[in-house]
Design a protein around this ligand. Structure first.
Ligand code: ADP
Ligand code: MG
Length: 381
């Protein structure tokens, strides 16, 4: 049975259409991660589930109950925000027990719940402190603890780790995943962090402009994005895009012309609606680009190294391919990004040859939809 269900949710802020016919079904125990650009409606979706925002139309069901018109406190959810929102004058224990106290539970029950949550989060020795005596990570644990004490049906997290430094974020990420395994609760988690999304989610939901673009297992979305938006959103460094013109379509192979490179043959499955001359976009992920000659290379071009980032266990190159210009990212660069899985001694100014295999090439139609690739190739990824 679905645990949380959003049915045709629309949300207007005045005349602004923030959520457009959102449908989402979450099973019990799932860890759903919502991602998308700033302003796409992630927080609005969470607040709608929590009952902190009234939706304009549609229904919200939690655990088999239509909660659309229920108060937040009656919905069986607990929400953790980016800002910890702890009460400064209360101790950690009082902060964690506050929800139960408001619900007028007996003190003995509150004490047991707080003790248990503190043990899970390993903050038992902090219970008598005030928030200002705690580090950022400890404060966030208290905020999570406050959610745990209420034994909610569903946990909602809105970018809970964004205020923490990188090392602590990594640690808390692992702790939250462990917490999910321990509690087995349903969790819906919003983040803008690629690594959190890919590693924590049982299912990723990609939002854009108030619409769900795609949802599925992290690697499924990564390898088989349904459109150019999802391909461009998931993956860091970002996928390279280049303009391509369809010159021939035959026997499951699309032949496309790129400016400043030889034509490229891309295996395709469903080519409905594509005609010669169509303006397509070719996509290739940075880690799929190889340096030098690759056997069976479908794409290959000469380039000059502009910038090298040595990251220890990997090397990222930004290369200029002359007339074959990558379609500019937000930073407006036309360079291709190449990601090598090793330390590699490249230097700015060096001339190199860059190649990719056909199986690593994506094609997108003029409307942004992915041109389906043959199943055989998808499976070999
Ligand atoms: N209370 C509000 N009043 C008016 N507009 C809002 C309000 N809250 C959010 N919005 C707008 O709705 C859109 C979605 O916001 P939000 O859900 O917070 O996005 P996200 O969390 O994905 O960054 C944004 O364009 C935002 O400006
Ligand atoms: Mg938000």
């Amino acid at each position: 049975m679905s645990h949380v269900r959003l049915i045709d949710i629309d949300k207007y802020y005045g005349s602004y259409h923030a959520l457009k016919s959102v449908n989402l079904t979450v099973d019990k125990g799932e860890f759903i991660v919502m991602v998308g650009p700033s302003g796409c409606g992630k927080s609005t979706t969470l607040k709608s589930i929590a009952g902190l925002e009234a939706i304009s139309s549609g229904e919200i069901w939690i655990n088999g109950r239509n909660v659309t018109r229920e108060e937040p406190g009656d919905r069986g959810i607990a929400m953790v925000f980016q800002s910890y929102a702890l009460y400064p004058h209360m101790t950690v224990a009082e902060n964690m027990g506050f929800g139960l106290k408001m619900a007028k539970r007996p003190q003995a029950e509150i004490d047991v719940a707080v003790k248990r949550a503190a043990e899970i989060l390993r903050i038992t020795d902090q219970l008598d402190k005030r928030p200002k005596e705690l580090s950022g990570g400890q404060r966030q644990r208290v905020a999570i603890g406050r959610a745990i004490t209420r034994s909610p049906e569903v946990f909602l997290f809105d970018e809970p780790l964004s205020n923490l430094d990188a090392a602590l974020r990594t640690q808390m990420r692992v702790e939250l995943t462990t917490l999910h395994q321990q509690l087995g609760s349903t969790m819906i988690y919003v983040t803008h962090d690629q690594v959190e999304a890919m590693t924590m989610a049982s299912r990723i939901v990609v939002f854009n402009k108030g619409v769900i673009e795609q949802q599925g297992a992290p690697l499924e979305l990564y390898h088989n994005p349904v459109n150019q938006f999802v391909a461009g959103f998931l993956g860091a460094p970002r996928i390279n895009f280049v303009a391509a013109t369809l010159v021939n379509l035959r026997d499951g192979v699309a032949e496309v012309a790129l400016e400043g490179a030889s034509t490229v043959h891309v295996p395709v499955a469903d080519t409905a609606g594509l005609t010669n001359g169509a303006k397509l976009t070719l996509g290739v992920r940075p880690e799929a680009l190889k340096i030098g000659d690759v056997p069976d290379a479908a794409l290959s071009f000469d380039a000059q190294v502009r910038l090298v980032e040595q990251l220890g266990r990997e090397t990222v190159l930004y290369v200029d391919a002359g007339p074959l210009a990558a379609i500019g990212s937000e930073s407006g660069t036309h360079n291709f990004t190449v990601q090598l899985g090793t330390a590699a001694p490249y230097a700015a100014g060096q001339s190199i040859k860059v190649s990719a295999r056909a199986a690593d090439l994506y094609l997108f139609a003029p409307d942004g939809k992915a041109v389906n690739r043959p199943k055989l190739i998808a499976a070999s990824l």
